[in-house]
Design a protein around this ligand. Structure first.
Ligand SMILES: [Zn+2]
Length: 159
C-alpha cells in the first residue's frame, strides 16, 4: 500500500520532494490550520512540525517531522513507514498540481515543445491540470542525483 500525505505550510520543500518521488501529497495552502486537517481523508498521513497540532490530532495518522533538513525529513518518513526505493515513482506526478502525469501522443505536441526536443524524444507526459509537458531529461540531473543520494543515505553500506 502506497501512503499518501498532507503537509503543513512549513513543509513546502518536503512536499515538492514527496511529489517528485511520486507520492500523493496535499499541501496546506488555501485551506489552513484545523480546516485543512479536517478536510483530509482518514488514511492520509499528516506531516507536521507543530507540536500543538501533533498533540491535538493525536488520534489521526500523522508524523511529527523532527528535522529542519530535507534529507533527514525524508529519511524519517521512509524509516517510520518502512518505505523502500521500489515504492517510489520518481517523476510520475506534477510538482505543482500533485496529479499523476499522463502519456500523450507525440503528434499532439507538435509546436508545443522545442523542435530539438520533439525530434530527439518519443515519449512525452503531460499534467492533466496545468498541461505542463514532461519528457525524459526535462528533470534536472541534480534531482536524479539527489534521489540517488537519498537512497544511498537511507540504506547506508548495506545497499
Ligand atoms: Zn500540473
Amino acid at each position: 500500500m502506497i501512503p499518501c500525505f498532507a503537509a503543513e505550510k512549513t513543509l513546502g520543500r518536503l512536499t515538492k520532494w514527496l511529489r517528485l518521488l511520486g507520492f500523493d501529497t496535499l499541501f496546506e495552502s488555501e485551506l489552513s490550520g484545523k480546516r485543512f486537517i479536517d478536510s483530509l481523508e482518514s488514511d492520509r498521513i499528516l506531516l507536521t512540525r507543530t507540536r500543538r497540532i501533533y498533540q491535538q490530532f493525536a488520534t489521526r495518522k500523522l508524523i511529527f517531522v523532527e528535522s529542519d533538513h530535507l534529507e533527514f525529513q525524508l529519511n524519517q518518513i521512509f524509516r517510520e513507514l518502512g518505505l523502500k526505493a521500489a515504492q517510489t515513482r520518481p517523476f510520475s506526478r506534477c510538482l505543482q498540481c500533485n496529479l499523476p502525469i499522463v502519456t500523450v501522443e507525440k503528434t499532439a505536441l507538435l509546436g508545443q515543445v522545442p523542435d530539438y526536443i520533439f525530434e530527439t524524444h518519443d515519449h512525452f507526459n503531460q499534467c492533466p491540470k496545468c498541461e505542463r509537458i514532461f519528457w525524459p531529461g526535462s528533470h534536472t540531473c541534480r534531482s536524479l542525483e539527489k534521489i540517488r543520494q537519498l537512497f544511498d543515505y537511507k540504506t547506508g553500506s548495506n545497499a
